[in-house]
Structure formats: C-alpha cells, structure tokens
Write a protein that binds this ligand. Structure first.
Ligand code: NAD
Length: 474
C-alpha cells in the first residue's frame, strides 16, 4: 500500500493507494496503447479542447488543490496557490501547442512533394518527484497528450494524493480514461514503467535518474531526465547587499529549499562583510513554520529522512570548520521542521559545495574576482541554474557565456521558470532533450520524411531517370 503523510503533522495520513505491480503496469500499458490508437487520429483541435477543459477544471478546483498540496507536501500556501496557477497555465499553453505545425515542406529532388511530419510516439512513461506534485506531472502529461500519445504516470509516493486528484480531473475529460494510467508505487513500479513505455520522461534525484537513463537506454527507449542542482549565485560588490540578500534568501530557502532550482551557494566577490550581514539578517527573519499560515515562506522538509540528511550536513560542515551563522537545528515539533540555515567558511572544495542537499541550507563562499567566482560556481558535477547579481553588463554577459548551467539568471533568483521556454541543465543535472516550451513537441513525437513522386513528371526521360538515381544515393 502507498500511503502519504503530512510532513507538518506526520501522524496524519493524507492519501492511500494500492501499489501497482509489474503485472499491473503491463496491463495498464496494454489498455493505454489500445486507447492511444484512436486518440492519435483525433483532430488536434479536439485534443486542444480536452486540455483546455482540464485547465478549467483545475481552475474550478484551485482552492481544494492548493489545500491538498499544503497538506501533503508541506508547501507554504502562497506557493501552493502559485503552483496551481502554473498548472493551469501549462495546460492552456499545451492546448495551444497541439495546433502548432507538425512538419515542414522541402524542395523535392524531382517532381512531386517532399515533406516531414511529426507523429505521436505512442506510450509515454512519466516518472515524477514529490516537490511540484501538480506542475511536474502536468508539464509532462499535457504535451504527451497534446501530441497524441497515451501516458503511464508513476508519481512519487509522498505525493500520491495530488496525483490521484489530478488524474481524476483528466480522466473525466478524456474521450477514453484509459489514455492516462496512474500507477502508484516506488522503484519497482517505476522500473516496470520504463520497460513498457516508448519514451521515458523522468524528474527526480540524480542517483535515481542515472538508473532510469541506463535502464531506458538498454531497453532502447527514448529518455530524458531532469535531476538535481547545486546552484550558485555570484554577487559582485556593485550591488545593493540588502536587496540581493533578500532575493537570494528567498531563492534558497522558500519551501525549505526543496526546489531543484534553489540557490545552494552564494559566492561573494570582494569584501563579503556587508553581504554576509545582510544574509544573516534575511535568513534570521525568514518566516518559517506552519505552511498553512499565509505568512510562512519555509515549511517543513518532506520526511524524517530529509531532516536526518540536513542534520548530517550540519555535522559535516562543523567538522570541516564551517561556521553556522544562522539555524542549524531541528525544531521542537512533531513535524519535520528544520531551521533555515546559513553556513560560512567551508573549504572551497568541500563535498557540501558540490552535492545537492535538498533542504534549507545555504552556503556562503568567497572569491577575489569574477573569474575565481566562476571557477567556484562551476566546481560541481551539476549544472542546472546559476545567477549573477551585478550592475556591470560586461560581467553579466561574461558570466552568461561561461557559467556551466542550462538556465542563467541575471539579477534574478535561480528559482522560477517560464512555461514557454525550454527547461533543463548541463552536466549531471540533465540527460536528453530539454523539457517544456517548443522542445516538448520533439520529445513526444517522431519525425517522418515523406517523399511523394509525381505521376506525371515533367522533363525528358533521361532527367526523370537521373532524379530517381539521386533518390537512391543513400
Ligand atoms: P527521487 O529520485 O527519489 O524519485 C523520483 C521518482 O523516481 C519517484 O517517483 C520515485 O518513486 C521514482 N523512482 C525511484 N527509484 C526508481 C527506479 N529505480 N526506477 C524508476 N523510478 C524510480 O526524487 P524525489 O525525492 O521525489 O525528488 C527530489 C529530487 O528531484 C531532487 O533531487 C530535485 O533536485 C529533483 N528535481 C529536479 C527537477 C528538475 O526539473 N531538474 C525538478 C524537481 C525536482
């Protein structure tokens, strides 16, 4: 049985579901494939209208969905409401994208017509994390369905309630509910999804992502994986330290730092004292606690294991000579609360500056120059997001050219992404094609080149023969 518990109130069960076995996944894949055949032939306008009606349904249910996100994953309510709005925006965006061109016409090599056309791949296997329990499933599901596929959705067990509710909203509006198969479970269910899908889209930790990529590649499946980050924010001395500290503290610690795009390190260029004082003030004043309180910006971490990971990271930092400037402890509470934490003085090559700790931990590093700051910023196996804060346009552009990250933000928080732009990272943060924006159409379709020979070809017999030989060259 899959059971989710509220992180702020761990005794409270939020949702339960039966675990899907490998056999269940095989059966679900069968049903979905059968339903997909007629969905692929449904006019794009009709697919668009289904997604629009799911968007309307999410909008109608937005208060209920917001409460569910707050209760199930402890996301502060203002952010949970924002996630619901983003989910609606994603559905409306992909409803329109269903009507995008699906190919192009090329100059033929002889008389006739030469064109490319994108067709649905078939069955998309979607494996999702708990931290955006509505938006991430939808940013995979919506394009998969928009372009004529069926889907197997394997959500994170910690967010099964959100996935069940979202699936109900889809199922009631799809012409055949079998097009979306919700498969509750853990690693074994996820592995079975990889085995049965034509394309696998994964979001989650790098350790699991690497396994999923390996298994999918071995089975010959198309695969994309969006994984973790160790995202740096470089701060030059020409900025207002109080404003920058406030922006970075928000990017690092809202939702208790449980975003792949959260800032994990601030790299202060030059004299760090003013920025350090401003960060200490901002982190100290950050409202944290009950996620249902509209004033809260950092709630609990997801579970007891996440609390332990934070405690171990703090011990490691202390042992390595790091100074805990703010926080560094669990709260006296039944919930999984850990105080927003700021650490200074770790050796530049300490493992904590390189790996992802998925919780409310922000490290402060120091650099003498922009070059040194960029070297520090890039010293991680990840490359999801990086930000630079400066009034110097040349410095900003240089950083945009050299920071090893898929998303580069200038005077903007590392968190946040537009629904219509490609999202993903470099190095260990991502594998395969980008998600979202126009990139989604490529992932969920296959391209076919069609050559139509004109029956009444003009020209001499010799010209017709030559053009036919050119066709056969490859
Ligand atoms: P996770 O890797 O533990 O789990 C992700 C999903 O994979 C879950 O559904 C899980 O049940 C499933 N899974 C586990 N083992 C599997 C296996 N062997 N085969 C197939 N599926 C398997 O991640 P999580 O704790 O749910 O989420 C947090 C992580 O997600 C963080 O590392 C965060 O950075 C990352 N994340 C990345 C992005 C991004 O877009 N880059 C966005 C959100 C979260």
């Amino acid at each position: 049985m899959i059971i989710s518990y509220s992180p702020q109130c761990p005794e409270q069960q939020v949702a339960t579901a039966s675990q899907a076995s490998a056999h269940d996944v095989a059966e679900a894949a069968d049903h979905a494939r059968r339903a997909q055949r007629s969905w692929a032939g449904t006019p794009a306008e009709q697919r668009a209208s289904v997604l629009s009606s799911v968007a309307d349904a999410v909008a109608t249910a937005s208060a209920e969905l917001t409460d569910l996100v707050v209760t199930e994953v402890g996301k502060p309510c203002a952010e949970a409401a924002g996630e619901v709005q983003r989910t609606i925006a994603l559905l409306r965006y992909y409803a329109q994208q269903a009507l995008d061109p699906v190919g192009s016409v090329h100059e033929p090599t002889g008389p006739g017509l030469l064109y490319t056309r994108r067709r649905p791949l078939g069955l998309a296997g979607l494996i999702t994390p708990w931290n955006f329990p509505l938006a991430i499933p939808v940013w995979k599901l919506a394009p998969a369905l928009a372009f004529g596929n069926a889907a197997l959705l394997k959500p994170a067990p910690q967010a099964i309630g959100c996935a069940m509710r979202m699936s109900e909203l889809f199922a009631a509006r799809l012409p055949d509910p079998a097009l979306l198969q919700l498969l509750p479970g853990g690693a074994a269910t996820g592995s079975a999804v990889v085995e049965h899908a034509d394309a696998v889209s994964f979001t989650g930790s790098d350790a699991v992502g690497r396994t999923v990529v390996r298994n999918a590649a071995t089975a010959g499946r198309r695969v994309q994986a969006e994984m973790g980050g160790q995202n740096p924010a470089i701060v030059l001395p020409d900025t207002d330290p109080i404003a920058v500290a406030s922006m970075i503290t928000g990017a690092a610690l809202t939702f208790a730092g449980q975003k792949c795009t959260a800032t994990r390190r601030v790299i202060a260029v030059g004299d760090p004292r003013e920025l350090r004082d401003a960060l200490i003030a901002a982190v100290t004043e950050l409202p944290w606690g009950d996620p249902a309180d509209p004033a809260t910006v950092a709630g609990p971490v997801i579970d007891a294991r996440a609390c332990d990971i934070m405690s171990r990271a703090i011990d490691e930092a202390r042992h390595a000579g790091g100074r805990i400037l703010v926080g560094g402890h669990r709260a006296e509470s039944d919930g999984h609360f850990f105080s927003p934490t700021l650490v200074d003085g770790l050796p530049p090559e300490h493992p904590l500056t390189r790996r992802e700790v998925f919780g409310p931990l922000l490290l402060l590093q120091h650099a003498a120059s922009l070059d040194e700051a960029m070297t520090l910023a890039n010293q991680t196996p990840f490359g999801l997001v990086a930000s630079i804060h400066t009034n110097d346009l040349s410095a900003a552009l240089e950083a945009a050219d050299h920071l090893e990250a898929g998303q580069i933000r200038v005077n903007a928080p590392t968190t946040g992404a537009a629904v219509h732009t490609p999202f993903g990272g470099m190095k260990g943060s991502s594998y395969g094609e980008r998600e979202q924006g126009k990139a989604a159409q490529h992932f969920y379709t296959s391209v076919h080149t069609v050559a139509v020979r004109g029956l009444r070809a003009p020209g001499t017999a010799q010209q017709r023969m030559l053009s036919s030989e050119r066709d056969h060259d490859t």
